[in-house]
Design a protein around this ligand. Structure first.
Ligand code: SF4
Length: 199
């Protein structure tokens, strides 16, 4: 691993900046940065924050959402987690916790301020960024409109960036309402993923 990523990754794994904030959430959990990075990664997954499952396992996208995301990308699990393929750079590296109704909270804004630029600067091989969900799209792309419009206009960001909905099974009705996603965006996404991994 080149020296650029090593110190950033080591410091990120140890980060406990949000401990007082997380202690006040309904989940009352401690910070656990979920770090999946590699200096030669070709693809960045720019998501919102890990959920409770990733917080428990320590591994991002090893859940039904990850299965769907890999299907969208045309990758199997082994390739997805292989060194040099994917780096997960969310707005918040820790599970933000839940409110009293069990809804996931937004990631603390300080996380992106502290880490995003440093991490991305240490990933020089990235050729493709997948920006997942409305919150990440607002932060990364400056898009204020509805997520559907941002994703529908995916060609505006090609070839380096592709906005996507969250691959949660909760979005299955959205996928049914928007057949162009499956018919037009996914074939282009799979082709782009194959290109950047073959490059
Ligand atoms: S969310 Fe980010 S800033 Fe907060 S403790 Fe986790 S890694 Fe640190």
């Amino acid at each position: 691993m080149p020296s650029d990523l090593r110190p950033v990754e080591s410091a990120l794994v140890e980060c406990r900046h949000c401990a007082p904030h997380f202690a006040k959430t309904a989940t009352g959990h401690a910070p656990r940065p979920i770090v999946h990075l590699h200096h030669a990664a070709r693809i960045v997954i720019a998501s919102q924050a890990p959920g409770a499952r990733a917080h428990a396992s320590g591994v991002p996208f090893r859940d039904p959402s990850g299965v769907r995301l890999r299907d969208w990308m045309g990758l199997d699990q082994q390739t997805f987690f292989a060194p040099g393929v994917v780096a997960v750079v969310p707005m918040g590296f820790c599970f933000p916790g839940q409110d009293a109704e069990g809804n996931d909270l937004r990631p603390p804004a300080i996380c992106a301020e502290m880490w995003q630029e440093r991490v991305l600067a240490a990933l020089p091989a990235v050729r493709l960024t997948l920006v997942i969900g409305a919150v990440a799209q607002r932060q990364r792309l400056g898009r204020r409109g509805p997520m559907t419009e941002t994703v529908r206009n995916w060609r505006d960001h090609a070839p380096g960036v592709v906005p996507l909905p969250h691959p949660s099974w909760r979005n299955t009705p959205w996928l049914k309402r928007n057949p162009w996603f499956d018919a037009e965006l996914l074939p282009a996404l799979r082709q782009r993923v194959a290109e950047v991994l073959a490059d």
